[in-house]
Design a protein around this ligand. Structure first.
Ligand code: C6P
Length: 418
């Protein structure tokens, strides 16, 4: 992570959103005759030229399998894949590149931990502590494990504003809690959870913590050493990288002690029909040919946001969020779901009794792309007492004008349903 003086210098540079938008060719198009206003970044982000070009160049010039070829292309691909791992290490400020495992995305990262660490450490009567705002990806893998082991999944309650109840968290932690798994940023509420504090409390009782960083990494600097977490996972496609490539960071001692995940090529030491020994980290957890181009493209995406500066992105998005919060509140009948004091990049809402899917469809005709539904958070919807919300989610290339276009289109929705 940048030192303090560099971070201050970074923040002083003007944030040139017009130049940034030029890096994203997809944003230039019109939809239904209107300029595209893409506000579905929590679902997936667009890819800058630097990422597209890196992936293209890899396939055009270097394409080969990794860890196997003795030829020049194989060596170049292997080196590029290793360099991508080092880029991720730097990005997360992880101590060691061996602690970076390439996975398909946050979903696979969590499944990996549940099926390896979880299987080894969770037994009958044990508890896995999540929160009410988790994505299904951070619920279902734990439920599968709990079902196999006779363990129990429990959830930290949230307030009506969408903040985690730390008092309840402390009350729920007990001698049977084997792992705490919580999201860094909620994909529905936008709440930025106090994950360092959550980790501190769990660690004081010797309980490991997994953080689901899917909605955090594109919006704020993340330092796994400062957070003190044991596992941190995210998806590349939500931070301007390709789909199908993501990261699981794990603390070395835990990863080394964990049983293997999938079996296959690349993850072995020696194989006989009687027994197999396994490779060292990180290969131990990467069975089969990995998503080489995806990992290299992801590294290019991390370099892209790092060059802009995560602090500057966070500060720019804070302004956008404040503008959106203020102007959307003026739309008659609109209620924001998620009003935590610390929020990032997400504006979920309901509008009178208009179904969120109808809102989404009408906005689409105006060129405005949002998401509507339960956002893979059905337990959270139940807690909020709604079946669905509409959601605008921001990224570094969005503008105040786009938020104004959203608000204008929402006023039109009101007229249609008046
Ligand atoms: N949320 C959305 O909100 P994958 O599908 O593995 O890339 O990411 C899963 C995931 C895990 N945790 C959180 C907090 C998430 O928000 C997501 C993905 C998307 O639109 C798709 S449901």
């Amino acid at each position: 992570m940048a030192d303090d003086s560099r971070r201050v210098r970074d923040l002083e540079r003007p944030f040139d959103v017009t130049a940034i938008r030029r890096d994203f060719p997809i944003l230039e198009q019109r939809v239904h005759g209107k300029p595209l206003v893409y506000l579905d970044n929590a679902a997936t982000t667009h890819k800058p030229q630097a990422v597209l070009e890196t992936v293209r160049r890899y396939y055009v010039e270097d394409n080969a399998n990794v860890r196997r070829g003795v030829h020049a292309l194989g060596e170049r691909a292997t080196n590029a894949y290793a360099a991508a791992r080092e880029t991720v290490r730097r990005f997360l400020n992880a101590p060691d590149p061996d602690e970076v495992v390439f996975v398909r995305g946050a979903t696979e990262g969590i499944n990996l931990v549940a099926q390896t660490y979880g299987r080894a450490h969770v037994g009958a009567g044990d508890e896995i502590l999540l929160s009410e705002m988790e994505h299904h990806s951070n619920i279902v893998p734990w439920q599968i494990l709990a079902g196999e082991k006779g363990a129990r999944v429990r959830a930290i309650p949230i307030t009506d504003a969408g903040e985690m109840r730390l008092d309840e968290y402390e009350r729920l932690l007990n001698g049977r809690t084997r792992i705490v798994a919580v999201t860094h940023v909620s994909n529905v509420l936008g709440t930025v959870n106090p994950v360092a504090e959550i980790v501190r409390i769990a660690k004081s009782r010797g309980i490991p913590v997994l953080i689901d960083g899917a909605q955090a990494v594109a919006h704020m600097p993340v330092d796994v050493q400062a957070l003190g977490c044991d596992f941190y996972t995210f998806s590349g496609h939500k931070i301007f990288g390709p789909t199908g490539a993501g990261v699981l960071y794990g603390r070395r001692a835990l990863l080394e002690a964990m049983p293997v995940y999938q079996g296959g090529g690349g993850m072995i030491g020696q194989v006989t029909f009687e027994r197999t020994t396994y490779a060292q980290l990180p290969n131990k957890f990467e069975a089969g040919t990995p998503n080489i181009a995806g990992a290299i493209g992801l590294a290019a995406a991390l370099d892209y946001v790092t060059a802009i500066g995560l602090d500057r992105i966070a500060s720019y998005e804070r302004e956008l969020l404040a503008h959106g919060t203020e102007t959307m509140a003026q739309v008659p009948g609109l209620r924001l779901t998620g009003t935590a004091r610390s929020k990032a990049a997400i504006l979920s809402f309901v509008l009178g009794d208009v179904h969120p899917h109808d809102i989404g469809t009408i906005l689409d005709r105006a060129g405005v792309a949002i998401r509507a539904g339960h956002h893979c958070c059905q337990p959270l919807m139940a807690r909020l007492g709604v079946s669905a919300t509409a959601r605008a989610s921001l990224a570094l290339y969005n503008t105040r004008d786009e938020i104004d276009a959203l608000v204008g289109a929402l006023r039109d929705v009101r007229k249609v349903f008046a």
